[in-house]
Design a binder for this molecule. Sequence first.
Ligand code: F6R
Length: 618
Amino acid sequence: MCGIFGCIMKDGKVAPTIHAALKRLEYRGYDSVGEATIDDGKLYVKKDTGKIDEVHERCNLDDLPGRIGIGHTRWATHGAPFQVNAHPHFGCSDPPRIAVVHNGIIENFAELRKELEDAGHLFRSKTDTEVIPHLIEEMLNSRQFAATVNIDSEFINATIAAIGRLQGSYALAIVSTMDPGRIVCARNESPLVLGIADDALYFASDVTAFLPLTNKVIFVENGEFVVLGEDLLEIRRLADGNPISRKTKLVDWSPGMAEKQGYPHFMLKEIHEQPRCLRNTLRLQNKYLGLLPTFLDRAREVIMVACGTSYHACLAASYMFSKLSFLATYPVIASEFAEQHGKSVNIDSTILAVSQSGETADTLSAVETARQRAATILGLTNVVGSTLTRISRVYIGQQSGPEIGVAATKTFTSQLSVLSQLAIQLAKRRGKISQEEIDLLEEKIENIPDIVEGIIETQEEKMRALARKYKTKQSFFFLGRGISYATALEGSLKLMEIAYIPSLAFPAGESKHGPISLITQGFPVIFVCPPDETRRTVVGNIMEMKARGASIIAICEEDDEDIKKLVDDYVEIKRGIPGVLSPIPYVVPLQLFAYYMAIERGCDPDMPRNLAKSVTVK
Ligand code: F6R
């Protein structure tokens, strides 16, 4: 999740305005920053790695001439956070004639890059974005475009034709010395909003960027492009160039609310971002998804190390690897790793370390122990450039964008999505399940973002109502069998950490070996019960709890009438999710429940006491 911004001003210099706006967008990404302005027909650029203040101190971001410019704050997806990968990106021409900033993921960048390299283009970076300026150049050089958008500018016509070849998500802005008075922006899936003031026009990833300057906004929709110039604002359809008229809206958000895009807390915003983040995980390049299974396949033992929520993702993944790829893997809590496996791990061991931040001290310490004994280190993280990415032999970036709320939500479901794709890839490689099953799983995984969107739309109010009903309870049980044990653990951790309610999660079958003694009349028990092979026995466990007076909430499939009849309250999940993928949608109501319990009990869900987003001490 990067941030883009740009503006055209009637007077003055845009660079300080871009710098200040990028600072307001820094929460969207902060590993590199860059600006490009145009003045007197020339393109001026500054870009480097580091947080905005660090880059500004090194190279004074305010010191660029011109009244027109674009800027970018980066969250690395393709290519590590090196200067060469920072935006803006250029084509081949020297000095550069085209500069592009981009938020999103170009899915077909590998094919486009190959095609452009074959045509003689030289690439400098490892980013997906760099294909865009080269593609525009190629369109102009080979005159492969028609003036479909009917604008009197070859540059703009070529740019729209180039955008037409992009697949994936993007909010883009492009400037060129060939048309020095205009900015072209375009949107597909990634957010883009325009700001209108008397003396300037702005565009940005979100209104936070220009809120101190104007509250008059126009939201750009998918499949649209915008041409901005002095006294010019045209919105058109990418497909045919037809103009669109859209009214300006006034937003009355405070800067704090704008950063949260109108949500009261980052945690709720991030829960709502899950469909988009899950779609991003489906855009991971095959070359990354293919490489990890190669290592997993040839390992003598695979140990997954992580802490907290990331450990729950590993636990769920151990069921996925076992069920789909017939590979036994061992999820281990990172702080226990050295004691438990420190002596046995060796050159034949493969460690898959999972860490949202890539900086958790316990995880890094486990990795270091394994590294010293020559084990192979693989990583899954949200922060490209983090320590974990530097010490892993191979890593995958999960591309969720920064997570600000201390409780992990969107990063957990994205971890699960990546891990399930790895398990499917490994299953293919090992020939363990049929093509038919693989096709079905791949189809289901594609549907998950929509299903999660549906859960948020239809079940959020219900979770709020359940939180009101259960807010005075002193403790909770979360139970699930099989892979749903991981979902139960995650639901329990969320409730505990942000609503401060002691809660226990157990494999449902284990509950009768001790924990059941806690059950008294009205004790709340949340059952995670997707309709997989465990369902029949879970019904038995529900009966055991019910017989002892527990109040039961079930997370179950929408037409599971038997369970619905049995329990006090239920939350419905759309039918048809295979059990092995169920933690992704089934955890979402539990995240919402924890959030609304925190609100009902007057707790701040974004900043739970005693916790830090990244725990860098052992
Ligand atoms: C819980 C939570 C923590 C983290 C844990 C590991 O909501 O966020 O339990 O999951 O501290 O952090 P990472 O994944 O950054 O290693």
